[in-house]
Write a protein that binds this ligand. Sequence first.
Ligand code: ZN
Length: 503
Amino acid sequence: MSRKIKIFDTTLRDGEQCPGASLNIEEKLEIARQLTRLNVDIIEAGFAIASPGDFESVKQVAEKIKGPVICSLARCLKEDIKRAAEAVKPAQRRRIHTFIGTSPIHMEKKLRMKPDQVVQQAVEMVKYAKSFCPDIEFSPEDAGRSEKEFLYRIIKAVIDAGATTINIPDTVGYTTPWEFGLLIEDIISNVPEIKEIDLSVHCHNDLGLAVINSLAAVRAGATQVECTINGIGERAGNASLEEIVMALKTRKPFFNIETNIKTEEIHKSSRLVSNLTGLLVQPNKAIVGANAFAHEAGIHQAGVIRARETYEIMTPESIGLKESKLVLGKHSGRNAFIKKLKGLGYTLEKEKLEKAFASFKKIADLKKDITDRDLEAIAAEEIYITEESYKLDKIEIKSGTTVKPSAKLSLIFNGKKKEAKESGSGPVDAAYKAVQKIVGQKPKLVDYTIQAITGGTDALGEVTVRIKKDDRIYTGHGAHTDIIIASVKAYLAAINRMVSLKS
Ligand SMILES: [Zn+2]
C-alpha cells in the first residue's frame, strides 16, 4: 500500500531569503493563496523575529489563509519563540519551527556552546514553544555535518520534550543521496520514538543534489519534505517542490508514495512566484521551464503526434499547462478579465483589480491579442504598487541619430506631482537619471534585461532590473508595448521596493 508524505513549503521563508527576492506583504499573501490552491500541507510564512515586516507578513498569512498549517521559524531563544507564537496565533492550524546548530563547527564557532548546553537549550525551548502551540517542529541545524550519536541524543530529548516533527536539514548542501538516505535510516533505527511523529528533511542545492537527497530520504522513511517553488532559496536554492512531487507521481510504481499536491496548479504557482520575485526560470528547468514540454526534434515530434507516450513521460496538462491560446482583446469585458486572472492564480483586491482592468484596456488599444503572459505582467505590476509608491505620470522621450537623447518625466508620490528633465547616453539612461533626480537616490543598476513576452513587433516588452543599495539587491519588473516605459516602470518598481523594505 502506498503511504502519504507531507509537503512543507518554505518559498516565503527560505525562498524569500535569496538575493533580490524580497517580497512585500501583498505579494506574500498572493503566493500563500496559490500555495493553498496547490494544497501544500504546511506554509512556512517567514521568520517572525527577523524584522517588523516579517512579523507582519507571517501574521497576515496566519489571519487570512485557511487550510494549510501556518508556520514561523524561530531560533532556540525565548524572544524568537514568543514572537513566532504571536505571529502564528491567528491561524486555524499553527506551528512553531525552532532550530539550533548541532554540528561541531556550529556549536563551537557560532553558538560557543558545549554539546550538553545545546541539548539543554533545545529541550527548554521546545517545552517553552509547546506552551503556546501543540504543533512543534525542531531542526538540528547543519545535521548533515553533525555527529550521528549526538543527533540521536538531541532528537530523543526534544521528542520527550514535546516536538511533533523532527526536521533534518542539510543546511549547506553537502551530503550525497547515499549518505543522506542512510542518515535517515540510522535515525529511524536509533531513535524508534520518531516513528510516532513526523520525520522531515530540508535539502539545499549547492551540489545540485537537493531533490535527489530529498527523494532518497523519503525512500528511507522520511514523512515530510521541505521545498520551494522553482527551487528558489539561498545560494543555489532549496529542493524544488515541483520536481519532487512530479518524480513521486510519475514514478509512482517505483516510490509508492503520494502527496496531497494538486499538480494541475504547479505551472501557475511557478509563474506566479517567478513574476513576483523577479527570479526568472531557466528555459530547460525540469517540469516548469519553458522548454520542459517542447519537442523540437522532428523525429520526436512525429512520435508525439502519433502517440504522446513515445517521448512524453508526463503530460503538460498534469501540471496545468494548457495550450495558451490568445484569450482576451479590446472588447473583452470586466468579468472575462477577472475570470481569466483568477485562472492564472491572481486574486487582486477590488481597487487593484480596477486598476489592472484599466491598464488591460489601455494595452488592448495598443495590441490586438492579449495573452496569458501579458495578463500576468499586468497583474504582477498592480500587486506591487502601494500607497507610498512612486508612480509614473507622464514621460516624453527624444532620441535618434541627430539629437542628444533626453527624457522629460513626471512621477506621482503621495498624491504630489514631481517633474524632471535629463539627458543621457541613450533614452533609458536619460529617463533613469530623471527618476533619480526626483527620488533623490542613486542606487547602482546591477542588471537590466529585456524580453518580448510574446511574438510580434507589437508585443509587450518585459524589463527586469536589479538595483543595489547598501549591499542589498532589489528587483523590479515592468511591462509595456513601449520599451522605454517598461524600463521606467521596472526601475520604479525596484526603487519602490527599496524604499518600502528599508524600514
Ligand atoms: Zn534552508
